[in-house]
Design a protein around this ligand. Structure first.
Ligand code: NAP
Length: 295
């Protein structure tokens, strides 16, 4: 049996859908986990409540552990550590964890992911680490503050410098997670271990976009010339302070901007095409949609 955590989230929902499509009398068995689970349609799985995990992981062979990164690091480490412990106690045989790709290594986001990878590596189960690239929607969201007004001003300003960010469609990440989880379940059912056991995959986007690329996309979207004006990290910090974000979100956002401007967020290689078995989905429309969603 496969359990997917976090099924109310964008990634978890897609993974559950994909695995459900493979389930049936002769297929795999999949169950949903979420903080709001009622025990009927979904199990209650709250990483902040270890008791829910011990009960929720009962009978689970393959755990698809969707990271729960929206909090300060000490909270994320405690919740991910609780999952590692509960999976061991429940006899889970293979844990698949959605981590962060290597291009994000120098960002503040990386620490809890690398800690979790290490923690899981010491567990009694097989592990597969899916190091997810940055979502296309993430770059769109970062760009949204200036992308909307650009329809009037003709100026797209952001603290991207000349850097670019490699971005990936969440659907591609979900498709890969589904195939890795299904393969793990089949391997366990036939008495073996998955070929993905012990593997770490870099699921980087194969397309990198920067400020000039965003301006070009907005030029097409608005049917008028939009030019990119790089701004400073100081200006970005000031602007973020007025957006009602949690303090840790400001830390992570500035870290992303700083890494992008320094050129670190552009990936060199990716395991996505091989694991997907087809060309990755195009990301330009996803970035434009999320950048202009509020306009
Ligand atoms: N690669 C990237 O660009 C990127 C961008 C943003 C986030 N992320 C990370 O990737 C994860 C999945 O992305 P997403 O797009 O699906 O995020 P999302 O749509 O914002 O969903 C948030 C996810 O966090 C889960 N969660 C929060 N607190 C939890 C807790 N206490 N216990 C268990 N689960 C908890 C939610 O599960 P419930 O069903 O229980 O609500 C949900 O799956 C995020 O949680 C974050 O760690 C990656």
């Amino acid at each position: 049996m496969i359990l997917v955590t976090g099924v109310s989230g964008g990634l978890g929902r897609l993974v559950l859908q994909g695995l459900t499509a493979l389930s049936g009398p002769d297929g795999i068995e999949v169950v949903a986990g979420t903080r709001g689970g009622d025990g009927e349609t979904a199990r209650r799985i709250d990483f902040d409540d270890p008791a829910s995990l011990v009960e929720g992981f009962a009978g689970v062979d393959v755990l698809v552990m969707i990271s729960a990164g929206y909090a300060e690091d000490d909270i994320v480490l405690a919740r991910h550590g609780a999952v590692a412990d509960a999976a061991a106690a429940a006899g889970v045989r293979h844990v698949i964890y959605t981590s962060l790709a290597a291009s994000g290594e120098r960002t503040t986001l990386a620490l809890p992911h690398r800690w979790t990878e290490d923690r899981l590596a010491h567990g009694p189960y097989d592990t597969t680490i899916l190091r997810n690239g940055l979502y296309a929607e993430l770059l769109g969201g970062l760009s949204a503050g200036s992308a909307g007004p650009a329809a009037e001003t003709g100026v797209f300003s952001a603290a991207y410098g000349t850097g670019r960010m490699s971005v990936v469609a969440r659907e591609d990440l979900a498709d890969i997670t589904v195939s890795v989880a299904a393969e793990a379940d089949r391997a366990l059912t036939s008495g073996g271990h998955s070929r993905h056991a012990g593997r770490t995959y870099e699921l980087e986007g194969v397309t990198a976009l920067g400020g000039t690329d965003l301006a070009d996309l907005l030029t097409k979207r608005y049917g008028r010339q939009v030019d990119y004006h790089p701004t400073s990290l100081t200006d970005a910090r000031t602007a973020l302070a007025g957006h009602g974000l949690e303090p840790y979100q400001i830390t992570h956002t500035l870290s992303l901007l700083s890494n992008m401007a320094a050129g670190f967020l552009e990936a060199k290689t990716s395991d996505v095409p091989t694991l997907l078995g087809s060309a990755p989905r195009p990301v330009h429309d996803l970035v434009t949609e999320s950048a202009t969603a509020g306009g």
